[in-house]
Design a protein around this ligand. Structure first.
Ligand SMILES: Nc1ncnc2c1ncn2[C@@H]1O[C@H](COP(=O)(O)OP(=O)(O)O)[C@@H](O)[C@H]1O
Ligand SMILES: [Mg+2]
Length: 239
């Protein structure tokens, strides 16, 4: 399937329409942004790494019965997927405290949480992606009911369990991550967007070295090498 018209250009991807209205193509960009777009950079080849990592993770989750928008990887930068109506909630799943959770609640960086925390942020750059509770989400009509929020939390926990298993085999700790969900043409809630180290915090299980976008946020360097290492471990999984 070929690209017809640019639908949207975001911070990390261009979203293209295709001749079939139910399918879109995500073109993964090399641009990097952090702190709500305040810090920006480019890293050649980053888009292709995120595309390949996302494709592998969508395929793995599909094998576990998780419904998603994923269809296939078209080439190194492009992924074919179903069109969805985006639910404007960033679903944050946390296993270990770091980043804003540590800062906001004074929990020491690296503390293993007593249970997996699932939080919602409003996906709205102009407002700086504020935290949402269930009542906020209903007032903003981001979902139809509390049941839908419960379903999203249930799916997020299930995905977390599968991804924790996946990464532990690769000697990586899944610290936290962001998911997006949308509605497909049958009004089913499905997993959408990308599954990449731009949106996941991964620490090496032995050294605790950061293998994700924190390398860019914190100016540590070696971002591309870290993403390449994640992809290598995924590709060599089970060998
Ligand atoms: N299956 C889908 N259908 C429609 N929109 C999607 C789908 N998957 C992801 N999107 C949306 O496309 C955009 C992806 O581009 P990205 O660069 O990540 O944007 P942003 O800067 O908004 O995060 C996001 O707004 C995301 O919500
Ligand atoms: Mg995005």
């Amino acid at each position: 399937m070929e690209k017809t018209k640019l639908l949207y250009e975001g911070k990390a991807k261009k979203i293209w329409e295709t001749a079939n209205k139910d399918f879109l193509i995500s073109e993964f960009k090399d641009s990097l942004t952090a702190f709500n777009g305040e810090k920006k950079s480019e890293e050649e080849g980053k888009g292709a790494l995120n595309n390949a990592i996302s494709a592998a993770l969508f395929e793995y989750l599909e094998s576990k019965g998780i419904p998603s928008h994923y269809v296939k990887m078209i080439d190194k930068d492009n992924m074919l997927h179903k069109r969805a109506e985006v639910i404007l909630i960033e679903v944050i799943v946390r296993n270990i405290a770091t980043g804003s959770l540590s800062r906001n609640l004074g929990i020491e960086d690296g503390t293993v949480l007593p249970f997996t925390l699932v939080e919602f942020d409003y996906k709205n750059d102009a407002l700086g992606d504020p935290k949402l509770n269930d009542q906020h989400a209903l007032i903003l009509e981001l979902v139809k009911s509390t049941d839908e929020l419960d379903y999203i939390r249930y799916m997020a926990r299930k995905i977390n369990k599968f991804l924790q298993e996946f990464y532990s085999e690769l000697d990586l700790k899944l610290v936290d991550f962001k998911l997006e969900f949308g509605r497909d043409s049958n009004d089913n809630i499905i997993l959408i967007d990308e599954l990449s180290p731009d949106n996941f915090r991964l620490w090496d299980a032995k050294t605790n070295e950061k293998m994700d976008k924190d390398r860019f946020r914190q100016g540590l360097g070696g971002l591309k090498e870290a993403y390449e290492e994640v992809l290598n471990r995924i590709q060599n999984r089970g060998q």
